[in-house]
Design a protein around this ligand. Structure first.
Ligand code: NAD
Ligand code: UFG
Length: 357
């Protein structure tokens, strides 16, 4: 199994995974429509690995374009990241999300079937768990109940489609990876999260506040039944997440197999802010506001299945993620950052140099 098509491979998680897959010896082609990523990611991947993946600028909703790619190229496996992921936008524009994520995946699966590509690794999300009786989510829990947004529904529906496809063809295998909250970026500072739109997620917002693009960080609720009142999530360094894909491919089994990719530890919003301040040596402007509708108090992964079956576990820390985020912020060519002065790493930071790559 050597040649892999990576959909969404210029995006945040996709680009980091492509780097790890190339380092592991795979030959990579990327398909992306650059809706939420930049062509420059290819240059960065090339710089980091010495290999330039073949790039197809194509939309998964363009069935004819997909057909042309599959007709000319044989793949052993598809890693499927491409999708829209903005929760609030999915509430405002549900059809855009069902169309892009679900129809796009169906088009991809049809081509895979037609051209005999029998393995897929799919980017799902912890969002499919919804609210569970316990904060620690296990793969065996019932999913898809009372999901609060169309984005989450698309992930659940795609998981169900994959199960049906595998049921219909015993030679077809699907590995479903449920990501918790990816943060950080490549330690070189070359690759990172650089959304084309206004972000909703905590870490890209912290970055925008740090760079002066946003005036303050709104903490959505300090009255949750958690240790400090703010929401608790399982933040996983994107490089650990990327390596989880390499392990998932290496240990791929027949049928449908589902794994949580998370650290197993929860961190609160206030703890994330403190970690950023510790790494940078600067205070972030913060304001506590009302809870964000649909947010859960606390959710984190039970990662033991991935540890046992994929021989993978997350090794990097929140401090590592903050250090790498600062490196990335300082590397970005943003005039505003230059005006504000570059962030420096706080020498008192707890980041361990041994974790540097
Ligand atoms: P991203 O937006 O950085 O990357 C997604 C990529 O897919 C982008 O490069 C985008 O241009 C491309 N794309 C979108 N629709 C496409 C289409 N129709 N055709 C071709 N390309 C298309 O997002 P990411 O954070 O790297 O997320 C990757 C995957 O992981 C997504 O499926 C997302 O839902 C899932 N996920 C992300 C998170 C998170 O917090 N980042 C959490 C759980 C799951
Ligand atoms: N938060 C703030 N202020 C912000 C943004 C977020 O206080 O400006 C808080 C949230 O209330 C929450 C925590 O930070 O307590 C994390 O919020 P994110 O939006 O970063 O992440 P979520 O856990 O809400 O959701 C994310 C993705 C989903 C994915 C889910 C998986 O957005 O797509 O992780 O667990 F499904």
């Amino acid at each position: 199994m050597n040649r892999i098509l990576v959909t969404g491979g210029t995006g945040f998680i996709g680009s980091h995974t492509v780097v790890e897959l190339i380092k592991a010896g795979y030959e990579i082609d990327i398909l992306d429509n650059l809706y939420n990523s930049k062509y420059a990611a290819l240059d960065k991947i090339t710089q980091l690995t010495g290999h330039r993946p073949t790039f197809f600028m194509a939309d998964l909703c363009d069935a004819a374009a997909l057909e042309r790619i599959f007709a000319k190229n044989h793949y052993d496996l598809v890693v499927h990241f491409a999708g829209l992921k903005a929760v609030a936008e999915s509430v405002a524009e549900p059809l855009k999300y069902y169309d892009n994520n679900v129809v796009g995946t169906i088009n991809l699966l049809k081509c895979m079937q037609k051209y005999g590509v029998k393995r897929i690794v799919f980017s799902s999300s912890a969002t499919v768990y919804g609210q569970q009786p316990t904060a620690r989510n296990q793969e065996t829990m019932v999913t898809g109940v009372n999901l609060t947004n169309p984005y989450g529904e698309t992930k659940h529906v795609i998981e169900e489609i994959l199960k049906d496809v595998v049921d219909s063809d015993p030679e077809f295998s699907a590995t479903i990876l449920r990501y918790f909250n990816p943060v950080g970026n490549h330690p070189s500072g070359l690759l990172g999260e650089d959304p084309n739109d206004i972000p909703n997620n905590l870490m890209p917002i912290i970055m925008k506040v740090a760079s002066g693009e946003l005036s303050e960080l709104k903490v959505y609720g300090a009255d949750y039944p958690t240790r400090d009142g703010s929401g608790i999530r399982d933040y996983i360094h994107v490089v650990d997440l990327a390596r989880g894909h390499v392990s998932a491919i290496f240990h791929m089994r027949p049928g449908v197999n589902i794994y949580n990719l998370g650290t197993g530890k929860g961190t609160s919003v206030f703890e994330m802010i403190a970690a950023f301040e510790q790494a940078s040596g600067r205070k972030l402007p913060v304001k506590v506001v009302e809870r964000r509708p649909g947010d859960l108090p606390e959710i984190y992964a039970d990662p033991s299945k991935a540890e046992q079956e994929l021989n993978w576990r997350a090794n990097l820390t929140i401090a590592d993620a903050m250090r790498d985020t600062l490196t990335y912020l300082n590397n970005r060519p943003k005039p505003l950052l230059a005006m504000l002065g570059r962030y420096t790493l706080n020498l008192n930071s707890t980041t361990s140099p041994s974790r540097m790559m």
